[in-house]
Design a protein around this ligand. Structure first.
Ligand code: PLP
Length: 398
């Protein structure tokens, strides 16, 4: 079958859910993807912050193959080795007390909120509400959609679970105005991803931490997109000098396989009883083995310093473009290799034209183009992406 036939079949059989670019990928190598006709694409999206180590990264592939030969699945009625090895790595890396393994970002956030609610109910009785922020994205289940602070994801789905309030990011007054003594937890992305790459201000996160300590609210950081070395630190929160009570990971954790994690402080770890939560696939041996390799690779200091250096270089290139095309590009935001370019009203066309030139980027909305390249990308490939972006901006300027 050729691409066109596959696309037609998708349109016939698949639920009408995705807006896809018209390409069928067959294979990846390094930071390049190849479609089934053999055309080559430079990937600056990494499967939306998933393929941290690019494609075909030998140690990762070998570890997965070995695990496939050993054991596909056991359920959590029994123990398995990779799951426990991953939990140990994550605890040692983070300084958190315990880990729960899940299958996706939405599920990780569901678990984090359940933990905050256990805390609110078991310790304070009546506390059950959640506060999140406008422009956030936390997932596609009904709770995580309710938390997601973007109207466009809410259409035809209300009502969401009761007790969710939204505040403006980096605005303490707005936050205070939605707090009361029934709030159990506050969830925030240290750097908002889907909403358009908006970082929290350091002082805001520090005040948020102080407020949560004062009022005994559980502070949850959703690092599903900005964690796992994406910003040049293993956790994004390391940039802010603030530790949450719970942090969620997914996306890049498995390096391409579906796995997420919820890391919790000692106080929260002590709250749950056996049987109070579960997941059939969570911590599946194949995914957990893959995640062990990713954690070992990404937690290396040299690896993280390289991400920082490449991020700074890429941001500098983008800022040069902002100067050159100041009538179209109004801002560059982000950290490490999580960068957004603000091009009001033009983001979708920019992403489309980049695609036509075989460079993969994504428009989060009408205004922001998002770059999330594999963390192993080289400087030359970043440069190449910038050259294509410049070409596209020139065409659009005419
Ligand atoms: C910050 C954040 N949280 C949660 C999610 C949901 O993750 P998943 O699609 O794996 O459920 C996403 C996905 O884009 C995300 O960016």
């Amino acid at each position: 079958m050729n691409s066109q036939e596959i696309i037609e079949k998708e349109q016939q059989y698949f639920l009408n859910a995705y807006n896809r670019f018209p390409v069928v990928f067959a294979r990846g190598e390094g930071v390049r993807l190849f479609d089934i006709e053999g055309n080559e694409y430079l990937d600056l999206m990494a499967g939306i912050a998933v393929n941290l180590l690019g494609y075909g990264y030998h140690p990762l592939i070998e570890a997965i193959k070995e695990e496939v030969d050993r054991l596909l699945h056991t359920s959590n009625l029994y123990y398995n080795v990779p799951q426990v090895e991953l939990a140990e790595r994550l605890v040692k890396q983070s300084g958190f007390s315990r880990v729960f393994l899940v299958n996706s970002g939405a599920e990780a956030n569901e678990v984090a909120c359940k933990m905050a609610r256990f805390y609110g109910r078991k310790k304070h009785g009546k506390r059950y509400k959640f506060v999140s922020f406008y422009r956030s994205f936390h997932g596609r289940t009904l709770l995580t959609l309710g938390l997601t602070g973007q109207e466009k994801f809410h259409h035809h789905l209300e009502p969401f679970p009761e007790g969710i309030r939204h505040a403006h990011l980096n605005d303490l007054e707005s936050l205070r105005s939605v707090l009361d003594d029934e709030v159990c937890g506050i969830i925030v992305e240290p750097i908002q991803g889907e909403g358009g790459i908006y970082p929290c201000e350091r002082s805001f996160l520090q005040s948020l931490r102080a407020l949560c300590d004062e009022q005994d609210f559980i502070l949850i950081f959703d690092e599903v997109q900005c964690g796992m070395g994406r910003t040049g630190r293993f956790f994004a929160f390391e940039h802010f000098g603030v530790r949450p009570d719970i942090v969620t990971l997914a996306k890049g954790l498995g390096g391409g396989l579906p796995i997420g994690a919820v890391l919790v402080s000692e106080e929260i770890a002590g709250l749950t009883e056996r049987g109070e939560h579960g997941s059939t696939f969570g911590g599946n041996p194949i995914c957990a083995r893959s995640a062990c390799v990713v954690v070992d690779t990404v937690s290396n200091g040299d690896f993280l310093r390289a991400v920082q250096r490449k991020g700074e270089l890429f941001t500098k290139y983008l800022r040069d473009l902002q100067q050159e095309f100041s009538s179209m590009v109004s801002d560059i935001r982000g950290a490490g290799l999580m960068v957004g370019l603000e091009a009001p009203g033009r983001a979708k066309m920019l992403a489309q034209k980049m695609f036509e030139k075989k460079v993969l980027v994504n428009a989060c909305n009408d205004d922001t183009v998002r770059f999330l390249p594999p963390l192993v990308i080289g400087e030359e490939d970043l440069r190449m992406g910038i050259d294509v972006l410049r070409e596209v901006l020139r065409e659009m300027e005419k």
